[in-house]
Design a protein around this ligand. Structure first.
Ligand code: GAR
Length: 215
């Protein structure tokens, strides 16, 4: 077996997806190691959790940096830690187009909706307001188009009558914790790549993302 895939995990929040990824690696379900966790917010809960696991952490606040300057600083951190794949696990900043071009095919994001529905923020609230009967999450490759890169895998659930935003968010996050490590695992095994603007799994172009249902 080769070396585990080196992951840089970028976060802004509590880090439940980071916990799921590290858990999958610890169980041996994912041949990967988190070489650095980078947060734009010093108060992100993911940071003390990563430190408690002995994972290297970096804080890169955006203050005083425009988008290209932020990307340059981020690149310097990445040069130091040499990841094979960047994982956006609740990282709430838009990355510079030059940066996403440079890292093309090596950045995965988790988004809390069934893309292309509900790009952007507050997806659970907007799903409820729109009266959607199904909602979920998507792992996709990151390109210069916000939440628009080729999708890899989605998980969906049926919205329950009378359900509130907190409940929907918790149910979707449980799905995120399943499909994000799964997609990263495919990449680690050399089964997943981005080519000619599409996601490819096991040598087949994905016409649509792999689908999972809430169980
Ligand atoms: C996740 O639910 C993720 O889908 C969302 O942020 C949350 C982070 O939670 N990402 C986005 O909204 C990106 N546009 P976590 O810090 O507990 O992993």
């Amino acid at each position: 077996m080769g070396e585990p895939l080196r992951l840089a995990v970028l976060v802004s929040g509590k880090g439940s997806n980071l916990v799921a990824i590290v858990g999958a690696a610890e169980r041996g379900d994912l041949q990967a190691t988190v070489v650095v966790v980078i947060s734009d917010r010093p108060e992100a809960g993911a940071i003390p959790w990563a430190q408690s696991k002995g994972i290297c952490t970096e804080i890169l606040p955006p203050q005083g940096l425009d988008r290209p300057a932020y990307a340059e600083r981020l690149q310097q951190l990445l040069d130091r830690h040499r990841p094979d794949l960047i994982v956006l696990a609740g990282f709430m900043r838009i990355l510079d187009a030059g940066f996403t071009e440079r890292w093309s095919g090596r950045v995965l994001n988790i988004h809390p909706s069934l893309l292309p529905a509900l790009t952007g923020l507050h997806t659970h609230r907007r799903a409820l307001e729109a009266g959607l009967d199904h909602h979920g999450c998507t792992v996709h490759f990151v390109t210069g188009e916000l939440d628009g890169g080729p999708p890899v895998i989605q998980a969906s659930l049926a919205v329950q009558p009378g359900e509130d935003e907190a409940s929907l968010s918790a149910r979707v996050q449980a799905l995120e914790h399943r499909i994000f490590p799964e997609a990263i695992g495919w990449f680690a095994e050399g089964r997943l790549e981005m080519k000619a603007g599409s996601a490819w799994l096991d040598g087949q172009r994905l016409e649509s993302p792999v689908m999972r249902e809430e169980s």
